[in-house]
Write a protein that binds this ligand. Structure first.
Ligand code: AMP
Ligand code: ZN
Length: 115
């Protein structure tokens, strides 16, 4: 399912340009437009799911697919020093795009504080 008003659904459809890093049948990954680390990649499922707050046993396979892609991307991008995965859900976390996504942050020693 897609949502015609959703920015990330539009990116998947190619209606809005993005800097592709990786894609497969289930997942699309691209560079964040406002990077917060030397490497900042967004990993999104091709299914429109609003956030981590609505994951259940019917749709959790999309989370697995994202994490399988994350491991592939870490190899492809040679993130040998490590990386951090973040998924913001809801207002307190500052979620701005309501299509489930995982930030991959890497390329430097990341803060010891996660929030
Ligand atoms: P969040 O705040 O967790 O919802 O993350 C949304 C992310 O999407 C932010 O880090 C934005 O910089 C990023 N973003 C917004 N629009 C675009 C775009 N057109 N291309 C790439 N990244 C984007
Ligand atoms: Zn969407």
């Amino acid at each position: 399912m897609t949502d015609s008003n959703c920015l990330f659904c539009k990116i998947i459809a190619g209606e809005i340009p993005s800097a592709k890093v990786y894609e497969n049948e289930y997942v699309y990954a691209f560079k964040d437009i406002n990077p917060q680390a030397p490497v900042h990649i967004l990993v999104i499922p091709r299914e429109h799911i609003t956030s981590a707050a609505v994951i259940n046993s019917d749709n959790s396979v999309w989370v697995s697919r994202c994490y399988e892609a994350i491991a592939e991307i870490a190899k492809q991008e040679n993130l040998v020093g490590g990386f951090r995965v973040v998924s913001n859900a809801g207002a307190d976390a500052g979620q701005t795009v309501f299509h489930l996504h995982f930030h991959i942050l890497a390329g430097e020693r990341l803060s010891d504080h996660m929030a």
